[in-house]
Design a protein. Structure first.
Lengths: 399, 399
């Protein structure tokens, strides 16, 4: 019985430490007295927990806060540059990386090219990348909380395996397990849209939203879904695979076997391909400037649209209409409070957001449509890399 | 500080009582020793909690269980016929009712016709219905845990108001508040598809499913969604309004303004209307027997299909195909482990389930499609009425 009690009290202490650490994170700067008031724990208990957290260098004391009289209280906050996390985002031909500290501050970021994207090669590049950052910033291994990986595919959260990632050609791969055994640190893995959603929820525009959807548009289209403030991954990790919602029954044939899937009509690849065809036919004055039509990028297309090219604007609006149709299905089904459009959509989203909103107002039911905000991600391309780095932090804070 | 401590320990005691009560419910028959082992609470603490629960007549002792030697332990279970709950399901022209005891046993059920369905008239009929059952079964008000109402419309779970229920013509109504002030007991309210989902989760086919969807097909079509084992209602209570997913862009105009919404092609009304048209044209041999074509019911249609009438079978299969298309959207988006098709679908579902499954396998992505079971509700029409009665029980068990 004594043994059980000790176990229990140790558990409670760890629980309380994690809880207090998370409270300090949320309050940003907070006194011991406030922590005691907020949690109902005695000043003595708070004092002991705070000492332990300071000893571990998760937090430190800063200046003084406001006081209603008497001695001004010392404030506590997360200690910058003390504990770290790495985020990696695997794309078709690059690995994006970011080094973050416990406060969410980005210390370093960049990307490494991948000549061949196999799980083995990518894990090798990732390992080199992590080790390089550790050297560069003199980070001891004990101070690295872990590594988060974001992949454009379906992840089985129990086994951590990448079940299927068609755009990078992976099937049943275990990059998290491989990297973990190389670097001897905890490695986590998430679908890239879910990584973006985790980022929006932690430091972005969905910190207070309980039910929201991050729609990422790139070579594929996928959604990261939060319900009740928690990531929703579905029964086998494939929730949010909305790139295959049918938005035009007579549309082009998709790799999945159906016609008119959202991906065939609104992915970056489909937009670029259509623009190239228009340019070859000489129908797009502003794109003529690009010497090699095959080299036309989404940025060129957005530039041409901004310069007023009607054919290009119409092309982007068509894509936005299809996105709007798919979102109206998602809105009717999930009634989210917010939808964040991310990745490549941030390149041209401002040009077509009104069109997209109009489609939603026409297509979705009135009540859920009037209760949803549609916004463009402020984090742009970086959301999933940042989100990957946030996963090890979330574990520390018991989230 | 002493006061705070007392409050805290009272809270803990109530929490423990609720937890132990729920454990006894789940274990069905359990000894004090098992409860102690399962929870880590001391035999003394368990003894005190069990005494308190027995005093309140939530539980009682029954015979003896298995023992590995020595005295056979007394088992505890929920006490039948001690505490009650009422469920009401409001339809277009009837109120279905059910009287349930704490064990989930149905003691009485039936329906009362509604000549005029306004919130006021329906609340009056509901009140009469509750009072009549209390008299008939000599149930004291103190022993009625509450009343649950199921409505075919959008419910705001914070205000308990029915925001919109087009099929019964209600808008911004407060039947729960009205009934509560009449009978002086807690009254809860849910959308009918969510009430069905609650029922499937409590006593039906989704007791172990965390992520599932109950699709109810009647005059309208709606879904009750569970994510992570909890009801998911969305941001403003309209999650699951999937009757307006577009399943045929060139389909008939819907009241919502779009074309080809699921409801226009697969609701009971649309099926019956099509069958009547076929019958008038003399195209359906078996339906000729029904003298007045306007009187053809869904049951007549299912009978004709069972008798082998090809035109009627094809009509039902068309409806199933549209349901399959909508479900493929839901499956791609939510990746549920189970979908339960309920209400009127139970009348003819066995005839078309294969067709529906084929559409899903063709239309949804392979992984979520292969991970979802599609079943017909075993509870038929009663699921939402039973679910309504379960709501007050869930509160008692802290669920």
């Amino acid at each position: 019985m004594t043994k059980g009690r000790t176990g229990n009290s140790k558990f409670l202490k760890a629980y309380n430490e994690t809880g207090i650490l998370d409270l300090i994170r949320m309050k940003q700067a907070v006194s011991r007295a406030e922590l005691s008031k907020e949690t109902g724990l005695s000043p003595t208990a708070i004092g002991a927990i705070v000492s332990s957290l300071m000893e571990k260098e998760y937090i430190h004391e800063i200046g003084t806060g406001e006081s209603s009289g008497g001695r001004k209280p010392v404030l506590l906050e997360l200690k910058p540059g003390s504990w770290y996390s790495v985020g990696l985002d695997i794309e078709v031909d690059t690995v994006q990386y970011v080094l973050m500290d416990i406060t969410g501050q980005v210390l370093h970021e960049g990307s490494v090219p991948l000549r061949v994207n196999t799980p083995e090669m990518t894990v090798m590049a990732s390992e080199a990348c992590v080790r390089q950052m550790m050297r560069k910033f003199s980070i001891r291994k004990e101070r690295l909380l872990g590594v988060g990986i974001s992949v454009p595919g379906i992840v089985d959260s129990k086994s951590r395996r990448v079940v299927l990632a068609p755009n990078i050609g992976w099937e049943d791969a275990d990059p998290a397990g491989m990297l973990e055994s190389e670097i001897g640190l905890p490695v986590y893995i998430e679908n890239e849209a879910m990584a973006s959603a985790i980022c929006e929820n932690w430091i972005g525009s969905c910190q207070t939203a309980g039910n929201f959807v991050c729609l990422n548009i790139r070579s594929g289209i996928g959604a990261g879904i939060f319900t009740g403030g928690m990531p929703y991954r579905g029964t086998s990790g494939s929730a949010g695979e909305v790139g295959h919602l049918v938005v035009d029954e007579n549309g082009p044939r998709c790799g999945c076997g159906n016609r008119g899937c959202l991906e065939t009509l609104a992915s970056t690849g489909s937009i670029v391909e259509k623009a190239r065809r228009l340019a070859r036919k000489g129908l797009v004055s502003n794109l003529k400037k690009v010497e090699n039509f095959d080299g036309i990028t989404l940025e060129d297309i957005a530039d041409a649209a901004r310069a007023g090219d009607a054919a290009v604007i119409s092309l982007l609006e068509d894509a936005a209409r299809y996105i709007g149709i798919a979102l109206s299905y998602i809105i009717n089904t999930l009634n989210p409070s917010r939808i964040v459009l991310g990745k490549d959509f941030t390149v041209y989203g401002d040009l077509v957001l009104d069109t997209l909103r109009k489609i939603i107002d026409a297509r979705a039911l009135k009540r859920p449509a009037s209760n949803v905000e549609i916004v463009i991600s402020q984090l742009g391309e970086r959301a999933s890399t940042l989100g990957a780095a946030i996963i090890p932090l979330k574990k520390l804070f018991g989230r």
